[in-house]
Design a binder for this molecule. Structure first.
Ligand SMILES: [Fe+2]
Length: 156
């Protein structure tokens, strides 16, 4: 595999990861009952879809039609993001648990994106990764703020 193939593989994998993150938040938003948590998961799902679109713009593996079919094809059976939702026994009332999982996932993703960005020489590709890292970091902060707020509220 030459380096361009390797870069394209990394971009395609990153696109799939963003889709997994999107499906994670979409699924969480479908199940949790708490309206504030639900709204936040819906927003996060929308932003993860945009992240997938950013990667698609620099991805030469799939064209727009294929991307649009893929992005709304539903959760992948081997998504590591989705399998973490399965371990939450009462998803309807599990908003705090979902947020804890999401914070870990976002943190891990940020590290992974940084690792790829550092290994990338192409400035255009690097820029997309850097933007994604910043947004992934904002997601972590948004979730942790909401987690703390909701935890306090629920303990009253
Ligand atoms: Fe993302």
């Amino acid at each position: 595999m030459n380096s361009n193939d390797a870069v394209q593989q990394a971009i395609y994998d990153s696109l799939l990861t963003e889709k997994d993150a999107m499906d994670f938040y979409r699924t969480a938003a479908l199940y949790v009952k708490n309206p504030d948590a639900r709204r936040m998961f819906e927003l996060l799902a929308k932003e993860e879809r945009e992240h997938a679109e950013w990667f698609h713009r620099i991805c030469n593996r799939i064209d727009l039609d294929e991307f649009l079919r893929l992005i709304d094809s539903g959760p992948s059976p081997d998504s590591s993001w989705l399998s973490r939702l399965d371990s939450i026994p009462d998803l309807e009332n599990g908003e705090l648990e979902v947020m804890k999982v999401a914070m870990r996932q976002e943190k891990d993703l940020e590290k992974e994106l940084q690792r790829i960005a550092d290994a990338t020489e192409d400035p255009d590709v690097r820029q997309i990764y850097e933007a994604n890292i910043a947004s992934t970091h904002r997601h972590f902060e948004m979730i942790s703020q909401e987690y703390n707020r909701l935890k306090e509220l629920l303990s009253l």
